[in-house]
Design a protein around this ligand. Structure first.
Ligand code: FAD
Length: 467
């Protein structure tokens, strides 16, 4: 048993929290989006929250935890939705919320501490230099940049820039190792992959350098269509228009957009399948031409005065990505979701086939992205949850049809990803975390190297520590 009292004594002078209900609060993220994870992880809690304010503090915590064999799970803002930031084996929650310094903003790059919230980075970059981050999740207002790099994959901006995994979308990272004397390692280029989307299992990110691009007063747009296929074709066409600068293109099938986008409801007919876009102001005339050509109806644009009661509406990006799921869940708690790649070049054919196959049980929601340089789409469909078995069946139907599923109902890296060991991330963990104390239970390759992915069994971490 780890001696937590001795650990606390060694950490004196740092900000510590041990009150069980406050520790439990900081042990949770948005895992409850998944009824499967909710059931498995609801009781998970850490023992102690430590809030460092500098890289030296982080090194002190890691060295002390290493000495006492105490697991450490890093927490950004806790908006991850696969239990990424949940301390499955208990121990310390390393809360990065006070490491928020934005150190420099130059043409093309920002350097900041990992706890900086993305909306704050964008606000400063925009005001001081007319720039903004290339990519952000739809949790822009609440999520940290370190959490995005370690736990996210892409989002708003991916239609132009691809995902975080694409070379160049993260410039440089500083990482601390979990050793007797923690070392600082700087990663750039291909090496970024070692910790990008590794859930903090192989190092604690203490500084992030991200690329910036020109900022625009993006116009939020909603276009309605009579048929889902017309909406998807329009979205694909706009995403492929090199001259029309867009930051976001999503499709939501009827009647979900009307039923779940409550503050936009007055702009959307119940029968309308919608395309939600963020468009650069100078491209709006060109976009309007494409809407006409495609027989769509421009039902909402944020740059013109909206008649009505003046009630404000959320930004378009908060209708997209997992905010679509969030809005659906608020109206109908029985809804859950999946994450599916519809690969180029026959993505639209596959979207249509799957929509026909599942009908109302799996409601189409697409996010258009550049994937390996081509426009393809991710599906984040809204799924009417009946049972775990049925959810697994739906997953296997998509996979058999050639649409890989990044299963959001699993808490491990491999099961939520490519269902295979990532040798680069595993090798880096051997180097940086020899005792396996960073975020235990999330990397199957470390916990159970003989795990058989072809068995389709769910990996259950044997060290799960409950309240
Ligand atoms: P956390 O949830 O706190 O952490 C995420 C992971 O990173 C954890 O494994 C944690 O241990 C690790 N971590 C955090 N900080 C560090 C660090 N300094 N060093 C090492 N590891 C660290 N994700 C997307 O990619 N795109 C989306 O569009 C998107 N939309 C979302 C919408 C909703 C409504 C919700 C609930 C979630 C969404 N997400 C999305 C998931 C999540 O919001 C993002 O990935 C977000 O960037 C996570 O940031 P965070 O600060 O909340 O990280």
């Amino acid at each position: 048993m780890a001696d937590l009292d001795a650990l606390q004594a060694e950490l004196s002078g740092l900000k510590l929290e041990t009150h069980p209900s406050l520790v439990k609060q900081k042990s949770r993220d948005f895992f409850w989006y998944s009824p499967v994870l909710k059931r498995r992880l609801d009781d998970v809690t850490g023992d102690l929250v430590v809030t460092p304010s500098s890289e030296d503090d982080v090194a002190r915590v890691l060295a002390a935890c290493y000495r006492h064999d105490v697991p450490v799970t890093v927490r950004g803002a806790g908006t991850g939705n696969y239990g990424q930031a949940m301390p499955l084996a208990g121990g310390v929650i390393l809360n990065m919320a006070e490491m928020t310094a934005i150190r420099s903003i130059e043409p093309g790059v920002v350097v900041c501490e990992p706890g900086a919230i993305m909306a704050d980075i964008d606000r400063r970059a925009r005001t001081e230099t007319g720039q903004e981050l290339r990519l952000h999740p739809s949790t822009h207002r609440t999520a940290s940049i370190g959490g995005f790099v370690a736990g996210g994959s892409g989002g708003v901006g991916s239609v132009r820039w691809g995902g975080l995994r694409d070379l160049g979308n993260i410039v440089r990272l500083k990482v601390l190792t979990m050793e007797a004397e923690p070392r600082v390692i700087e990663l750039a280029g291909e090496d970024i992959h070692k910790v990008n989307h590794a859930y903090g299992t192989n190092g604690v990110i203490t500084e992030v350098t991200m690329p910036l691009t020109a900022a625009y007063e993006w116009v939020d747009v909603v276009v309605g269509f009579d048929a889902l296929s017309s909406a998807a074709a329009f979205a694909d066409m706009v995403a492929n228009q090199d001259g029309i600068l867009t930051k976001e293109i999503a499709v939501v099938a009827a009647p979900a957009a009307h039923d779940y986008f409550l503050r936009h409801q007055r702009f959307i007919g119940r029968e309308q399948h919608v395309v939600v876009l963020m468009v650069a102001p100078f491209a709006m005339d060109a976009l309007a031409g494409l809407v006409d050509r495609s027989k769509g109806t421009l039902t909402y644009r944020s740059d013109v005065t909206v008649a009505g009661d003046g009630e404000s509406v959320p930004p378009a990006y908060e209708l997209c990505w997992n905010h679509t799921t969030l809005r659906a869940l608020r109206v109908d708690p029985a809804i859950t979701y999946l994450q599916i790649l519809f690969p180029y070049p026959d993505h639209l054919t596959k979207v249509a086939a799957m929509a026909d196959k599942f009908g109302d049980e799996v409601v189409t929601h697409l996010e258009f992205v550049r994937f390996d340089g081509n426009v393809a789409c991710f599906g984040l469909p809204l799924v009417r949850f009946t049972s775990e078995e049925r959810l697994d069946e739906i997953v296997s139907v998509f996979e058999t049809a050639g649409c890989p599923v990044f299963n959001p109902h699993r808490y491990t890296l491999e099961e939520g990803g490519m269902k295979q060991t990532d040798p680069v991330q595993l090798a880096f963990k051997k180097e940086t975390d020899p005792k396996g104390l960073l975020n235990p239970g999330k990397m199957i390759a470390w916990e159970d190297p003989s795990f058989d992915y072809s068995s389709h069994k769910t990996y259950l971490f044997p060290g799960l520590h409950r309240a």
